[in-house]
Design a protein around this ligand. Structure first.
Ligand SMILES: Nc1ncnc2c1ncn2[C@@H]1O[C@H](COP(=O)(O)OP(=O)(O)OP(=O)(O)O)[C@@H](O)[C@H]1O
Length: 617
């Protein structure tokens, strides 16, 4: 009867096959095939010469301790004569075997060295390829992915999990060489006694099946270790980044508790894994010894006593079996260890998988420049589908004009402008540039013509110079200086110890909020953008600096399309169009003066700020 898998069972079998499960990692080996093959060949040669040394050792000891005994032969004439020197005197045999042992030992040392070097190089290549693959993946993912994923978990995958996966290759290489050596030993055993060989194989297979249950358990518990590691990295990063807030709020005890809990979780999950996989080796050793002793007694009483097997053959058989047992134990121990790494492999695989992630589709049209207008037509958007942040927005942003967005905090202003450079795509409706949906443009050609100065511009840990030139590598020294001057940043930069060469530290910690913002403005100006997006660009500035920058921005705005978000209405009074947003809807739009005369929403904001200004003065 031919067994037929039912469909789900077949799928399950397919899905869990090792190759399929780890395809996304294994496929990386094709990029450094040669090094991988050399690593495996050298590992195998090292193992082979180890086998030779041990084999020759038997003959060596016999020549030394019992020179009168019949020399050891393997039964192959040329080998017995030329290699084992079986036809000559005991002293000649001793010399010959000594040379062979030394030769094998040195060869083994050499191949061991090469195996180690190539294994390490293969592991380094694997880690390098995986890191780069993850980088490409992260570069290609839309911002929405990062909103849902904790950065600590990503960092854990890119660092710790990749380190763990490196052990995977050396473990697999070791497993393969041990398996090859075991095969050679098994063949010799079969030649000596097929009955005993089958009996030992059966017994060891039974043990192997039993131990694989333990391996499976180790694999399961390893997932919890990966989760705990990711959580710990997130907690540690959050703690380091929030240290100022922690000290200001005196929440050290609370943070200690969080940190300790995360660290304890790593210990407890890792202990569970160790408890399982550490059990495999000693258990296997104890069972193997029991089987061996049992078999020796059984074989002696059954085969030797009734004369079916010579004592010499029985001893040789068990000598080989004794050699093969530690190898099988190595195989089981390594398999158990490899099982504990499956969690890391799965984590990496989850990240590099492309079928479970949503990507922004790139368009083909090159964006050459805005001619007429950016039109937002009946747009709905939400960070999750059941909570709309933008509701039926229709708005025209004219070329060369300044459009200001006004509204209470959380009204959706930043979200709305994020749709133009395609940080997000609308759920419904379209964003059109000169009548063409932005989704048709090649994203980078579009983004290169847009500069965004936002509330949280990132300052890189490099010089002031490189920070301003970021994204405009071809910029000349004079234009970088000019951008800094226009952004009103030149003066403070020149006062810094090394001027433009001053290093700004992680996230620009050596700058004040206002200085950071001026560097960001200089960076945007240097790009000479067609569309300039100012998301509260002057929010971190004192009123004197704000006025100075406002003037620069106004000069800069001439002939450009500017979209500005501002809470302080004074900064947008000269805008060509003002759009008022409330809870994701446009409630007013028009010229600033016209809207004031309407005495609607903008007028209310205006009144409130005017009154606050009065009371502050
Ligand atoms: N990445 C995000 N994930 C989920 N919700 C978000 C995200 N960013 C913003 N929101 C939500 O979307 C809504 C609009 O936010 P948005 O930042 O666009 O408002 P805003 O008008 O620019 O506010 P502000 O003036 O304070 O900057 C808010 O309710 C906010 O909580």
């Amino acid at each position: 009867m031919i067994f037929q898998f039912t469909q789900p069972l077949r799928n399950q079998f397919k899905a869990t096959s090792f190759w399929q499960k780890n395809y996304l990692i294994l496929r990386e080996f094709k990029h450094f095939r040669k090094v991988t093959i050399l690593a495996l060949i050298f590992s195998f040669l090292a193992a082979t010469f180890e086998g030779f040394s041990i084999g020759f050792l038997l003959s060596f000891l016999q020549s030394l301790t019992n020179p009168d005994a019949a020399p050891i032969r393997i039964g192959v004439e040329w080998f017995d004569t030329l290699v084992l020197a079986a036809n000559t005197s005991a002293i000649n045999r001793l010399y010959r075997i000594s040379i062979l042992i030394l030769l094998s030992t040195w060869m083994r040392a050499g191949f061991n060295y090469l195996a180690q070097v190539y294994t390490e190089i293969t592991q380094l290549h694997l880690a390098d390829r995986l890191r780069k693959q993850i980088f490409e993946q992260l570069q290609g993912l839309p911002l929405s992915y990062f909103v849902q994923t904790r950065s600590g978990e990503l960092i854990n995958t890119i660092t710790t999990e990749i380190e763990r996966i490196k052990q995977w290759f050396s473990g697999t290489a070791f497993l393969m060489t041990r398996a090859m050596t075991a095969t050679v030993y098994f063949i010799s055993m079969f030649l000596l006694s097929w009955q005993l060989s089958i009996a030992s194989l059966l017994l060891f297979t039974l043990v192997g099946v039993g131990l694989s249950t333990l391996n499976a358990r180790a694999r399961e518990t390893s997932f919890t270790t990966s989760i705990a590691n990711g959580h710990f990295t997130s907690t540690a990063i959050e703690f380091i980044n929030s240290i100022r807030t922690v000290q200001a709020f005196a929440t050290q005890d609370f943070e200690r508790q969080r940190f300790y809990n995360a660290s304890n979780k790593v210990v407890s999950t890792s202990t569970n894994v160790v408890l399982t996989w550490a059990l495999v080796r000693p258990l296997a050793e104890a069972i193997a010894s029991t089987i061996l002793i049992g078999m020796i007694v059984f074989a002696f009483t059954v085969f030797v006593v009734n004369g079916t097997l010579q004592v010499a053959s029985l001893l040789t058989f068990f000598f080989v079996l004794f050699r093969v047992v530690p190898i099988v134990q190595d195989i089981n121990g390594t398999r158990a260890h490899l099982s504990t790494l499956q969690g890391a492999a799965d984590n990496i695989k989850e990240l590099v998988r492309t079928d479970n992630k949503h990507y922004l589709q790139n368009g083909k049209l090159q964006f050459t420049g805005l001619k007429h207008s950016v039109d937002i037509v009946s747009v709905d958007f939400g960070y999750n589908a059941n909570n709309l942040v933008l509701n039926n927005i229709t708005l025209s942003i004219e070329n060369g004009k300044t459009t200001a967005l006004v509204g209470a905090t959380g009204a959706g202003k930043s979200t709305l402008i994020d749709l133009i450079p395609r940080f997000y795509d609308p759920i419904e409706g379209n964003v059109l540039i000169d009548g063409v949906d932005v989704r048709n443009f090649e994203i980078n050609s579009l983004r290169r013509k847009i500069a965004v100065v936002s509330q949280d511009t990132f300052i890189f840990n490099t010089s002031v110079w490189n920070n301003i030139a970021y994204g405009t590598p071809s910029a000349h020294g004079s234009s970088i200086r000019e951008a800094a001057r226009l952004a009103n940043a030149l003066e403070f930069i020149q006062q810094m110890p090394e001027g433009f060469n001053t290093q700004l530290g992680d996230r620009g910690v050596r700058l004040s909020g206002g200085q950071r913002q001026r560097i960001a403005i200089a960076r945007a100006l240097l790009r000479d953008p067609e569309i300039l997006i100012l998301d509260e660009a002057t929010s971190a500035l004192d009123s004197v600096t704000e006025r100075l920058i406002q003037e620069s921005l106004e000069k800069l705005a001439v002939g450009r399309t500017v979209i500005a978000i501002a809470h302080r209405l004074s900064t947008i009074a000269k805008a060509d169009k003002v759009v008022v947003l409330e809870q994701g809807r446009i409630v007013e739009q028009g010229n600033y003066q016209e809207l004031l005369e309407l005495q609607g929403k903008l007028w209310k904001y205006h009144q409130m700020q005017y009154e606050m200004g009065q009371s502050n003065s």
